[in-house]
Write a protein of this length. Sequence first.
Lengths: 523, 254
Amino acid sequence: MADIEVQKIYKSFDNKKVLENISFEVKEGEIVSILGPSGCGKTTLLKCILGLETPDDGKIFVESEKQLEWLKNKRIAYVPQKYANFNHLTIEQNILAALQNSTQNKNQKIDQILKSVGLDKHKKMYPGWLSGGMQQRLALARALAQNTDIIAFDESLNALDVETRHQMQELILELWAEGKKTILFVTHDIEEALFLSKRVVVMGTRPGIVREILDIPFSYPRKSTLRFDEEFQKIRRALSYIIRSETIKSKLSEGEPAESSAFKIGLYYWPGNSPFFYAQDKGLFNKYSLPIELISFSDNRQKIDYWKSDKIDVLNVTVDTALRLIKETPEAEIIAGLNISHGGDALISRENIEPIKKIKGKKIALEKGEISEFFLKYVLYKNGLNLSDVVIKDMKGDEIGAALINGSVDAAVLWEPWLSKAIELSRTNIIVTSKDYPVFADVLIAKKDFIENHTEEIKKLKNIWQESTDFYSKDKKDFIRSVAPIVGLSSQELSQQLEKIEFFDGSTDEITKISKEIENVVE
Amino acid sequence: MTVHPTKTTRAYWPAIVSVLFLLGLWYFITEHTGLINPLFLPSPIKVVTSAISLTTGSLAIDVFATVTRVMIAFLLSIIAALPIALLMSESKFFKRLLTPYIDFVRYIPVPVLIPLTILFFGIGEEAKIILLFIGTFFQIVLLFDSDLMNVPKDYFDLAYSLNFTTFQRLKMKLQAAISEMYDNMRISLGLSWSYVIIVELVAAQTGIGHMIKEAQRFSLTSNVYVGILLMGIIGFISDYLFRKSYVKFFPYKK
């Protein structure tokens, strides 16, 4: 049974979207963390669940009951970060505040609860006289005293030093093991989320969305040494890349430079960029003393907008997009060729369409304005057709596979990682893949004035790319082991997907050829 | 606003020394130089003897009258201001309704109202207390309201998650704001002391203000000085009591 179920929550303040389409659930007795950079809306989300804010749209269920019904006589215990206790009440009175409606022997209960958090000697003191750690222990004790089934923490341990913080986390786990309450934990601390939770809901920013829901594979009880576990560190690194990207993005959208001297590269979320991540992991950027920010975007239009408005310096796009952008902004120039896809994208269909000309009039799902649209355009062009010969359905990557399987479209353009999944789940036919048309390459572009002022740095960047791809061909295993957690894939998945990618050495020779080849189609 | 109680007597030394120095200077100038006409500034010895002769007279009655007036008006102001401020902090409607009136009255100087209060209430005690009340009540309502509004929103979130009843929530709100309100009472009391003198200067048969006015009539400058010093001392003592009791009442503010 799910204790908390959040379904498609939306929330705006003054026309500014704060939460968009948030869905997740917390099962009874689970510890679930909501992890995200500051300003991603996690506190707003929590307040919606607590009943302190009302979402604009969507549903929340608590213990299988509609939230508003449930809140009529029950509450979720709450441990906030600031003003976690009533400072005008003594320790004892603070606990008493949670016991007001209780019928038990209050004094006995107070003693017992305070003892469990080690504050029984300080009953008559005021919260303000205690250390930060003790204040949070008091807040925890009060939440426990409330005797609810669910406790929510909002960045509760933020102000504590690392040692105290770890102690508190262990105390929370200890007390949780005794009562098995459901715990919802909001934090921006990756390690904290990992150490405590069974699942982590990773939020992206502006507006707040669920980026990923991660199952944490460690069993309880968890020892403090888990923090040094290799697997633990691996997941931590993967999450830290996502959070880092989201943090930079949120700063960029506010118009502040994320880090002034570093130059910023906006990347796709896909394994083709692995050499950059490997380079970062192995410290190659430091070796060349090239300060850099790698920012991964799931929203490619946002990525392009940021580049256009000079918020990021170097942009990772496919060749066709590069050509289109160069046409729009003549000062743009391709500075490096990165890789080419050999089968990572494909046109698939439910029925066998052979020869391709028979595709005329079919309904095809794809993501408009993206490489998948260009892929279809190019395939059709090569077969004497064009986009107006088919019916296009604009969808997001994760929706396309489902549409194909349930039959609402006849064919689809899909790419990894969804491509493998769609093929696995349905009897689909592969009509063509990018292997048949080797023109889907990734490049880096930049504006001319940037290129002129940074010739040295761009040279270094290419060298780093080359060195990193050399490592890949020399020791694939080590490469994959380092990169897989960063791009959020298992080693096996990454290695399969890398099979379908060929890395360039950074030079633009191949790109020039491809550009000539596809020029007509782009026009 | 918070009060920082002085912990060691050493902290008082600068004040004590400077007061002794000023007294000495005053004594020297008036007794040994003749630079200033004693009608304007009598010597401290003259002031002290006047004070002693006054204490055998009606001084005690005057002091008592003044202090009583202030206390009654001040207590009434607080008793009336508390529920109104609470209402304003709870309801936007009441705040919008009352604020214009409060702001209007607040800007009317108390002495302007003296003729009207005499007309309505005569020259008895009621008139004086009503004037003092008007002078302080509207200030205190605003200060209380702002103190109540300053209770952190997080406390209300906490109260909600603890499933407080309305009564429990209001109690929490008052408890959370009471230390600030107490401090603002101290400041408002200062206001009361100045209004009471104005009122007594104009229309009163007793009180320190009345005493000063009488002294002025008979050119007893030293008595005027006694009155002025007395006011200062009373104000100082009341402030001191407030500060001392603040620490006692609100130990968590330490």
